[in-house]
Design a protein around this ligand. Structure first.
Ligand code: GDP
Length: 477
């Protein structure tokens, strides 16, 4: 397929969703404001929903007809292999003492930065290392300053050849250093909450992890509906290359549980994030939508979910309220997932078991405000599906990388606002995205007027930013 075809196909898919969000929201609003029409609108929403799922289903098929699925798989394997090979090359210099290095000093606050948060900081460091062609070293390579042995006992080290700590006679310059400096020291500041649930931190510009490398950007954009996620997924998957004993452990769980796909991964984040929590029913609504859509293909699937959560009490509630579902997952894993114990090795193992199963699922329902949910989504995209950008529902945020600088939309249709909450749009206007309101509108800051207002999501497309990164010309497939 051509680039135009792929971009258009995805745009139709995403806008069909936006159309449904808009219509169903407005109808519900109408039912609340106009007396006596509720039964009529409920029936209407039901009928429109069926049509909507049927449309989504047909559009999804456009991704696979005419050998497109084979093409996508091949392209995905090529790009993935290339990036992984470059990372292996970068991280394993023949002579470590001569290699240029990036020393990443991670000093995140233990209480505010859990496993996913830390892993994302390492991704951040590895992106900078890749872009500047410097072998990455961490100040705490085995434990990430987190557990006594959790990380190094589960995954392969970042490097096989640069294993000892820095040589005392190597010259170390603080970031950004210069070309000739052998070691550049990048200290990632303590993550600080920005008033919402997010940790706000500035990466030394210009390496925003959402920015794509110039040499691969075109191909990644054709391949994937959310190219930055695919890109970040490559770094995550390099960092968490499981050791054989880890694979054995995952497989042991898989057999014990008699885990079967297709299934929907549901991640419910509670404990210290309880303020922003959503009801189990909200997650299950989207699970139901997934199975309804599958039924349209004549597949009467046995309904299953994999439940991952830091709140073990949710399992009993789920068993009771959803007896028609088979619920995979282990409440024991959640018990060590609480804030108080999250630094223990066991909690690292448990969160990784949950992440492994979430990333085996065909669809994810979770909240992107959680690192864990975003991590599962990145793993799926980087390692399992060529393009899983349509295989999730986030109940809150749009996808973001916690250390990102910005995510942009660009207007492709003009708009004249008819209420003060909405912005005017001219074709080409750029907006820094704050979120999707799930009612046909997104919220963002218009870069020209600097005002934060609403805009119709179908009138914009994503703007993918591109930069020159080291292109590793000697690495061939
Ligand atoms: P965030 O706080 O959700 O953005 O993500 P973090 O990874 O930074 O911190 C959450 C921590 O809670 C994780 O590191 C886990 O220890 C724990 N946790 C959250 N969700 C789960 C889950 O589904 N399973 C398990 N086992 N632990 C979880």
């Amino acid at each position: 397929p051509s680039k135009e075809y792929e971009l258009l196909r995805r745009r139709i898919y995403f806008n069909t969703k936006e159309f449904w969000y808009y219509v169903s929201y407005e109808l519900r609003l109408l039912a609340r404001t106009v007396k006596g029409i509720k039964p009529f609108t409920i029936q209407m929403i039901k009928n429109i929903n069926e049509q909507y799922l049927s449309l989504l289903n047909d559009i999804a098929k456009l991704a696979t007809v005419d050998d497109h699925a084979q093409w996508r798989r091949k392209e995905y394997i090529y790009l993935r292999t290339l990036v992984q090979k470059r990372l292996r090359f970068l991280q394993n210099p023949e002579d470590c003492s001569k290699a240029k290095k990036l020393f990443c000093n991670l000093i995140s606050d233990r209480r505010s930065c859990g496993y996913g948060c830390r892993l994302h900081h390492i991704v951040n460091c590895l992106v900078v290392a890749y872009a500047t062609k410097r072998t990455l070293f961490l100040n705490n390579p085995h434990d990430w300053g987190f557990t006594s042995s959790g990380f190094s006992s589960l995954f392969f080290p970042l490097s096989n050849t640069c294993t000892s700590s820095l040589d005392s006679n190597e010259t170390v310059l603080p970031w950004p250093g210069n070309e000739s400096a052998q070691v550049v020291n990048l200290t990632l500041p303590i993550a600080v909450p920005d008033g919402s649930n997010r940790m706000r931190r500035q990466l030394p510009p210009p390496f925003d992890p959402l920015v794509l490398p110039e040499d691969l950007s075109r191909r990644i954009r054709v391949l994937h509906g959310d190219p930055s996620v695919w890109w970040i997924g490559q770094f995550v998957n390099y960092i968490i290359r499981p050791q054989l004993s880890t694979i054995d452990m995952f497989q042991g769980y898989e057999e014990n549980m008699e885990f079967e796909r297709p299934t929907v991964g549901v991640h419910i984040r509670r404990t210290d994030k309880i303020g922003s929590s959503h009801k189990l029913e909200e997650y299950m609504y989207y699970v139901e939508q997934y199975y309804k859509q599958q039924q349209m293909n004549g597949k009467d699937l046995f309904k299953t979910i994999y439940l991952a959560t830091d709140d073990p009490t949710l399992f009993e509630v789920a068993y009771k309220r959803y007896p028609d579902y088979h619920i995979f997952g282990d409440p024991e894993l959640s018990k060590t997932g609480s804030v108080a114990t999250r630094e223990l090795d066991k909690s690292i193992v448990n969160i990784n078991i949950d992440l492994f199963f979430l990333s085996q699922c065909n669809y994810l329902v979770c909240t992107f405000s959680s690192h864990v949910c975003r991590l599962a989504y990145e793993i799926i995209n980087g390692n399992k599906y060529a393009d899983a950008s349509t295989q999730f529902t986030s109940l809150d945020d749009v996808y973001y990388f916690s250390d990102q600088i910005r995510r942009l939309h660009v207007a492709i249709l003009p708009h004249k606002s008819n209420r003060p909450q909405e912005m005017d749009l001219q074709v080409g206007d750029e907006i820094e995205v704050a979120g999707n309101e799930l009612n046909g509108y997104s919220k963002g800051t218009h870069l020209r007027t600097n005002k934060t207002l609403l805009y119709l999501t179908f009138k914009v497309i994503q703007k993918i930013e591109v930069m020159y990164f080291e292109s590793y010309p000697d690495i061939k497939i």
